[in-house]
Design a protein around this ligand. Structure first.
Ligand SMILES: *[C@@H]1O[C@H](CO)[C@@H](O)[C@H](O)[C@H]1NC(C)=O
Ligand SMILES: *[C@@H]1O[C@H](CO)[C@@H](O)[C@H](O)[C@H]1NC(C)=O
Ligand SMILES: *[C@@H]1O[C@H](CO)[C@@H](O)[C@H](O)[C@H]1NC(C)=O
Length: 807
């Protein structure tokens, strides 16, 4: 189509040229045409013929060509009159882009001078190809360029003109661009690359297209250029995470600084558009504290301590952003795994404190609950109770345990328990914890008071003051407070028909026993009382003990002289035969002492005598004997003053007078009454005699009586009769009479003694010694000099002190 049009066009042009040629010819000009680049010698036309001259004429007339303006002459006239090409004719050189191009000459003929104009039109031939300004046309197009975008490309140039100029462009087939040609204002053409389909740098970074320009000559010529399109990046890609959700597992024990996970996002863009930085989405304060994100590497770093028990799962939102701000998101799920980091905890849910000591075995005293915050095996807990306490753990529902007693409790032995309960879990390694539960045992009144001794002995000297404390008893009760508070009392009883309370009293609190009155050893020597101790419990418990109070003797009785009768009352005169030999018994003084022991051990002395050498006194027997044979010169009437003294501290004594008449016949004593009582009447004398006789009779009767009684009962105490006077051997104090060897008291400290209740005529009693069996044989007994109540007793070389009331 295009070609055809071009053909028509060129035809019209030629036709026009022809008419012009005709007009010129008509004016006498000669017109020729010759294609450029014809070979030298090419005949353009025959001038001779065209001028109507013969060739010969031409040569004779020296026809020659002359160029205007001394221009170059490309043609030559041959002798034949032919106009031939003499030099290479290049239209482009001569006329450039001008469409009209002709060589204008004048033919000069001489003889006559004639001028003819010749115009040779130079015709274009297609001897040039289109040429682009450069072989390589470079473009940088952003991949974001829109469809329809245009990019101007300079057209190719073809030196030829007309049909031989650039007629069309052909762009190499490609997916993205087409090529449009436009006329430039003011002539010329330019092309445009038109983007038909968007570019994608990420698919293809550059494009090389060949653009071909074609002319319309025949043969057709073409020229090519390479269009190089560099596709510039546009931030058209978002970063893409390798996973949309990252799941990681972290043990709760993970150290700070541990990389928990690494997220990666890639961005297909380049440069800053492809540089991905990471950041967290919204995070709670706690999460912010726990995790840090390396914005370059995408490492999520543990920055705090995770705790499975607090939170086992965290979800972090992460943004990956490229330099231009395109972003995408991913989430990281951090699952915290359990580590056995929690020891079991023991909680005391209830406790019965105190536990009464009479609680039956199996009584529940407390409930504990054990908890472990860990999971799985780390949560499995075993519980145990320490050994050697009477408690055990009984598992109950879930993690509850009962603490029950396993045996009877006794507050008096163990009043409180510290029970250690240990709980251990099954983790690796196991953790354990323990708790101490304090349990106290409360009292029950289960113990009666117990006296230190079952029987007490106390010694008290007679003539004590009323109110004297005699001894104290102690009973102990291990129970608590009032259950163990002991009160003392005396069990009512009678002593000799008198209530015991009139003799003794006890301090209810202290157990100190007091004498209510003064005791008299000579009245009674001991008394026995039951002491009761009672606690304050409800009901109270009690026990009793026996207290024996022994009254010890004091020297409070003077010796009593029974014979001879005391002075003034009766007058006794002993008859001493004149022939009495030295050593013969004359008389015997008899005295008694109501006290006992040393206090009753009497000794006799002659204090005063008429003839000091005549009579001697048995110190302990009281016997008066003749010391030497009586001679005629001795006075008939002998008078002795006798002192009887006991061995007490201080000693007490009594005196009496004995009148002795040395005579064989009572009648020989005319002035008997003058011996002492010269002035007394005969009436008095007769009274005396009567009294003497009656006393003697009575005494004899008495002696016989005693003898009989003693003989019947014991047969032991022998009575010595010497002369008219009977003296019981038991009258002698025991130490004196029976102490042997090294002072060991053998058979007895016991002795019998006569006691009198006062008057001479009253009856005597036998009182048996009380300490018959209190001393074991082999011990030594002696009286302490400073304290008459303390008796020191030593046995087998050991010495001890017997305190009254301690036993
Ligand atoms: C029990 O523990 C307490 C306090 O630690 C202590 O004072 C007490 O003596 C302990 N008791 C026993 C019986 O160990
Ligand atoms: C004494 O024992 C009784 C039971 O016999 C008991 O109820 C009471 O609490 C006890 N008193 C004290 C102070 O422990
Ligand atoms: C004294 O105690 C004994 C046992 O210790 C008991 O047999 C006796 O009955 C008690 N006497 C009195 C009067 O309580």
């Amino acid at each position: 189509m295009e070609n055809r049009r071009q053909l028509v066009f060129s035809f019209v042009i030629r036709l026009l040229g022809f008419f012009v040629l005709l007009m010129r010819s008509s004016r006498g000009d000669i017109n020729y045409s010759v294609p450029e680049e014809t070979k030298i010698g090419h005949v353009i036309g025959n001038i001779a013929k065209d001028l109507g001259l013969s060739a010969k004429t031409l040569s004779t007339r020296k026809a020659r060509l002359d160029a205007d303006d001394d221009g170059k002459v490309y043609c030559d006239i041959l002798s034949s009159g032919d106009l031939v090409v003499a030099e290479r004719i290049d239209r482009e050189e001569m006329c450039g882009p001008k469409t009209e191009c002709s060589l204008k000459y004048e033919i000069i003929l001489e003889n006559p001078l004639q001028l003819h104009r010749v115009m040779i039109e130079v015709q274009d031939i297609n001897d040039h190809s289109p040429v682009f300004a450069s072989d390589m046309i470079k473009f940088e197009i952003r991949e974001s360029a829109m469809k329809g975008a245009r990019f101007a490309v300079n057209g190719a140039h073809d030196a030829d003109i007309g049909q031989n100029g650039v007629q069309s462009y052909v762009l190499q087939n490609n997916a993205h661009f087409s090529f449009d040609v436009h006329a430039k204002p003011g002539g010329g053409k330019y092309g445009e690359l038109v983007l038909n389909k968007e570019l994608d740098r990420e698919q293809q970074r550059e494009l090389t297209l060949t653009l071909t320009a074609k002319d319309g000559g025949n043969p057709q010529r073409s020229g090519t250029a390479v269009i190089h399109v560099t596709i510039l990046d546009a931030n058209d890609n978002v970063p893409v995470f390798s996973q949309s959700v990252y799941k990681v597992n972290v043990p709760e024990s993970a150290a700070l600084g541990t990389v928990v996970a690494t997220v990666t996002a890639t961005d297909a863009d380049e440069g800053a558009n492809g540089d991905v930085t990471y950041e967290f989405g919204y995070l709670s304060e706690e999460l912010n504290r726990l995790f840090k994100l390396n914005e370059k590497t995408g490492d999520i770093i543990l920055d705090g301590q995770v705790d499975f028990e607090k939170e086992s799962r965290y979800e972090l939102s992460i943004q990956g952003k490229d330099g231009a701000g395109l972003a995408s998101f991913a989430s990281v799920i951090v699952e915290v795994s359990d580590v056995n980091d929690n020891p079991p905890a023991i909680f005391l849910k209830s406790v019965q404190n105190p536990v009464p000591e009479n609680a039956a075995p199996g009584t529940e005293v407390g409930i504990i609950n054990v908890q472990d915050k860990d999971t799985g095996k780390n949560k499995q807990v075993h519980c145990s109770i320490q050994q050697n306490v009477p408690f055990q753990l009984i598992p109950s529902i879930k993690n509850y345990f009962s603490i029950v007693t396993t045996s009877e409790l006794d507050r008096e032995q163990v009043a409180e328990y510290n029970i250690t309960i240990t709980a251990t879990d099954e983790g690796m390694p196991p953790l354990s914890s323990s708790k101490v539960i304090h349990l106290s045992v409360s009292d029950v009144n289960d113990n009666p008071p117990v006296f230190d001794e079952q029987s007490y002995s106390a010694y008290v000297a007679e003539n004590n003051k009323a109110g004297t404390s005699i001894c104290s008893v102690t009973a102990r009760d291990p129970d608590w407070r009032q259950n163990g508070t002991v009160l003392y009392s005396l069990l009512p009883s009678e002593v000799n028909g008198v209530p015991v309370s009139s003799f003794l009293s006890i301090n209810a609190d202290t157990g100190v026993i007091h004498a209510v009155r003064s005791f008299d050893y000579e009245q009674f020597r001991s008394l026995k009382v039951q002491v009761v101790s009672r606690d304050n419990g409800s009901p109270p418990l009690s026990s009793n003990a026996t207290v024996s109070v022994f009254i010890t003797d004091e020297n409070d009785n003077s010796p009593q002289i029974l014979y001879p009768a005391p002075e003034g009352k009766s007058l006794m005169t002993e008859m001493v035969p004149k022939a009495a030999l030295s050593g013969s018994l004359v008389s015997k003084v008899i005295a008694v002492d109501a006290d006992s022991g040393q206090n009753a051990w009497l000794s006799y002395r002659i204090v005063k005598s008429t003839d000091p050498g005549l009579f001697s006194m048995g110190v302990h027997s009281g016997e008066i004997r003749v010391q030497r044979d009586i001679s005629e010169s001795d006075s008939m009437k002998q008078n002795l003053v006798i002192s009887v003294r006991d061995n007490g501290q201080p000693p007490l004594s009594a005196t009496c007078s004995v009148y002795l008449l040395i005579s064989d016949n009572l009648a020989e004593v005319p002035e008997l009454k003058d011996m002492t009582y010269e002035e007394k009447s005969s009436k008095l004398t007769s009274y005396l005699i009567i009294a003497l006789v009656s006393v003697s009779t009575f005494f004899l009767t008495f002696i016989i009586l005693i003898l009989a009684v003693r003989f019947c009962r014991r047969r032991k105490p022998r009575l010595l009769f010497d002369g008219a006077v009977a003296i019981p051997s038991a009258y002698l104090p025991p130490n004196y009479a029976e102490v042997e060897g090294a002072g060991t008291l053998r058979s007895s400290y016991n002795y019998d003694a006569y006691l009198t209740t006062g008057s001479h005529t009253s009856d005597f009693k036998f009182i048996r010694s009380y300490n018959d069996s209190t001393l074991p044989a082999g011990g030594t007994l002696r009286k302490s000099p400073d304290d008459s109540n303390i008796i020191t007793f030593s046995e087998a070389g050991e010495e001890g002190v017997f305190l009254p009331c301690a036993q």
